[in-house]
Design a protein around this ligand. Structure first.
Ligand SMILES: C[S@@+](CC[C@H](N)C(=O)[O-])C[C@H]1O[C@@H](n2cnc3c(N)ncnc32)[C@H](O)[C@@H]1O
Length: 410
């Protein structure tokens, strides 16, 4: 019996994430997954993201039944074991015998036939969950856990770590000019229930499949966007009919929100990411490919600028769990230097009296306070104020930090 198409897809995606540093969300939007039935897509998403969120715990359980080091296993075999262990310990809807036999079939399908008995033996005798070791239960690299405990204190850190292990809530936006009441009524008829949030036009899904509803209603009607990403889009206080520069714009969540009230110049370094935005064809957004680490090619200045900087993404680990296994301590300084260059160039094109929002979905001071403070030291008389700070586990949604920087009139 061959392993199911959904498990084969989850396996292939997991390998690409491991070998090519691919992103789970991008993989899950690929044509390969798109061809699966809705139920299978949901299965792949849960299996892939869940096994990444809990990888520390799964590896701990597997290694307790292994007579050699985990690192000595072929990555294909380890992936079969992780996916199988996740089904056994975290997917109540999967019968244990199916989780084991499907993983054995998966190993054979992945040309690791000789490892099939090992996969079978380990999964059949997998220890119970949760394991007694706290570090393994929390499923994060030790250096990150130690760092966050020092930064946030033990209680907030533990709440944050636990939040990263759960499937995040789904937020969406009903953009203008759509009338909210009518949109919600149509969603209800499509089986979707949602509750309002404190952010105007932002809703939290409470039941139903909003993706299926969006397929029918269209994405001008319902747009997925984290609640705090929507907050960042609203921080800029746009001038009526003004022009906004969004310097790191793709895939365009905040640019589209800004375009609800302003004309937007949406720039990004990567043309392929801008092409995705172009396909959406939003009016009021002009797209531009540029490298914001270099001097910007504008002859004018902007009254409003958004820098939603490329960052480590440590505020989004429930949504992007692969990041925690990839990040290295040295990455933070490298990112910080890059962010300093981008923010400096952005401030150079900010008009007198104008304001700029600098935001990241990182929780690390190197990418936040340090960057803003360096920019302010170089610009005496300019003002900066922290305007957003959210922490998963303490606040709803992803972790975001944002500052508003004002340039004096003269
Ligand atoms: C956090 S994401 C922006 C998300 C976007 N603002 C949104 O709301 O959908 C950061 C973006 O910065 C872009 N980027 C990275 N390096 C850049 C650079 N040197 N110049 C311009 N854009 C860059 C990345 O391609 C990525 O799209």
């Amino acid at each position: 019996m061959a392993a199911t198409a959904a498990r084969r897809a989850a396996f292939d995606l997991a390998l690409r994430i491991e070998r090519d540093s691919a992103y789970a969300d991008e993989m899950l939007h690929s044509a390969r997954v798109g061809r699966l039935e809705e139920r299978e897509r949901a299965f792949v998403t849960e299996l892939l993201k869940g096994s990444l969120r809990r990888r520390g715990e799964l590896d701990h359980l597997i290694s307790r039944r292994l007579r050699k080091a985990l690192s000595s296993l072929d990555i294909e075999v380890l992936t079969c074991l992780r996916l199988g262990a996740y089904q056994l310990r975290f997917m109540g809807g999967v019968a244990p015998h199916a989780a084991v036999s499907e993983s054995v079939e998966l190993a054979k399908w992945a040309r690791k036939r000789s490892a099939a008995p090992l996969v079978n033996a380990i999964l059949r005798r997998l220890p119970p969950s949760p394991p007694p070791v706290e570090g393994a239960r929390l499923s994060h690299p030790a250096w990150l856990m130690n760092r966050w405990q020092a930064l946030f204190g033990r209680e907030s850190c533990n709440a944050f770590l636990m939040a990263n292990l759960r499937r995040p809530a789904t937020y969406f936006r009903i953009p203008p000019p759509t009338v909210r009441r009518k949109a919600l009524e149509r969603l209800r008829r499509a089986g979707v229930e949602a509750e309002p949030t404190d952010v105007p036009r932002a809703y939290r899904l409470t039941s139903g499949d909003v993706r299926a509803a969006r397929a029918t209603l269209g994405d001008r009607f319902v747009r997925f966007q984290d609640i705090n990403s929507q907050r960042v889009g609203g921080l800029l206080d746009p001038e009526p009919a003004g022009l906004v520069l969004d310097l790191c714009a793709a895939p365009g969540g905040k640019a589209r929100l800004l375009a609800e009230s302003s004309h937007v110049v949406a720039a990004d370094r990567y043309r392929h990411r801008l092409r995705v935005m172009r396909r959406l064809g939003i009016s009021g957004i002009q797209l531009l490919a540029l490298d914001a680490e270099r001097k910007l090619p504008f002859s004018c200045q902007f009254g409003r600028v958004l820098v939603d900087a490329p960052c480590s993404g440590t505020g989004t680990l429930a949504r992007n769990p692969e990041i925690k296994w990839r990040l290295r301590p040295t990455d933070l300084r490298i990112l910080s230097r890059r962010q300093e260059r981008i923010l400096g160039n952005a401030l150079d094109v900010l008009a007198p009296g104008g304001s700029l929002v600098y935001a990241t979905c990182s929780l690390e001071p190197e990418e936040n306070e340090d960057v803003v403070e360096a920019a302010m030291r170089a610009r005496p008389g300019w003002q900066s104020r922290k305007v957003l700070s959210t922490l998963p586990g303490r606040d709803p949604g992803d972790g975001f930090q944002a500052w508003r920087i004002r340039r004096p009139v003269a």
